[in-house]
Ligand binder design. Structure first.
Ligand code: HPA
Length: 323
């Protein structure tokens, strides 16, 4: 038996005869916009519904902030009480991908009728999550009324004068992820279509963090976070390029969360723990273990820092959240 197929050759349609049916294994690649939106299980309407369900089930009262823990860091808030730890798998309408050091959970830390949402184990693009999935907890928190995003991360220092274990208060970013969580319907539905990014990192919170981090015992710097996709670490040539373009630290997270949070009007504070000198700045290979270890070593200092930051930002008369 012969099959007759019509195929396009340039602008011409050509009829060919073949012995078996042609199978076209490769669909044409989607455009960047399509590839960010077409496989989404999340929509602006579904995330609103998620927020309504969350409110009904957990009754969080006044949600003050979302805090996000970086690799190896476990955030604790002195003076507040962790009442529930919810697995993200139980609340998010998309499948989870697991990674050592990231358990994808949300803990409600309460004080009177106020709540801080603490996310341990963020979603990364390199794990296979879509941009909208990565920022779903941020949008959930914003819809619940959060005023502040306080995100921590582990990052590679692009400058050899920044030692491992020190803290970089982020004052700007360079997005080299190749994606943006506002693409598609999200921009218009959740905030302004073309949000200004000239002062995304709140100056008052940055000033406060610089002071509190020094008091907590960190060696502190201020600088620019460069976001790359990962999961491979950078090459030494890439590190030279990133430093040359003005970066202070490099990491594989946080920028999508910042974009979504700023878009929805949250004040933003990002603290990067310099977990390692970036590739090529020292003569040894980088490992994920080293990044996690550095987070564990900084845990107590980070706990002291968060305690004093939360106290100053969220206590009556504290700075930072009057909109
Ligand atoms: N590069 C990218 N991401 C990172 C690094 C790094 O050196 N360290 C921790 N996260």
């Amino acid at each position: 038996m012969q099959f007759v197929e019509r195929i396009a050759v340039g602008k011409k349609i050509v009829q060919i005869h073949c012995l078996r049916e042609l199978v076209y294994p490769f669909a044409p690649p989607p455009s960047p916009v399509e590839s960010q939106t077409m496989k989404e299980s999340l929509t602006p309407a579904s995330i609103r519904e998620l927020a309504r369900d969350f409110e009904r089930q957990y009754q969080p009262g006044r949600v003050r902030a979302l805090m996000v823990a970086g690799s190896g860091l476990k955030l604790e808030v002195p003076g507040w009480h962790p009442t529930e730890t919810i697995s993200m798998a139980d609340i998010m309408p998309f499948p989870m991908h697991h990674l050592e050091g990231h358990d994808h959970s949300l803990t409600l830390w309460r004080r009177d009728d106020e709540t801080l949402l603490v996310m341990n184990g963020r979603f990364h693009l390199y794990q296979g999550y879509s941009p909208a999935e990565v920022v779903a907890p941020v949008r959930l928190a914003a819809l619940l009324g959060a005023e502040v995003l306080l995100a921590t991360n582990a990052a590679g220092a692009l400058d050899s004068s920044i030692p491992p274990g020190s803290l970089v208060v982020v004052n700007d970013h360079i997005n080299l992820l190749g994606s943006n969580p506002l693409v598609g319907a999200w921009a218009k539905e959740m905030g302004p279509q073309f949000p200004d990014m000239s002062e995304a990192y709140d100056p008052e919170l940055r000033r406060l963090a610089l002071r509190c981090a020094t008091d907590a015992g960190f060696e502190v710097f201020e600088g620019i976070y460069v976001a790359v996709l990962g999961p491979s670490f950078e090459t030494p040539a890439e590190v030279r390029m990133l430093a040359g373009m003005g970066g202070t630290v490099v990491g594989m997270s946080t920028v999508p969360e910042v974009l979504a949070a700023h878009h929805m009007g949250l004040k933003i504070l990002v603290l990067s723990l310099a977990s390692n000198p970036a590739a090529g700045l020292v003569d040894r290979p980088l490992t994920h273990q080293e990044v996690l270890e550095s987070g564990r070593e900084a845990a107590d200092t980070m706990k002291r820092l968060l305690g004093s930051l939360v106290e100053r930002i969220f206590c009556p008369g504290g700075s930072g959240t009057e909109k």
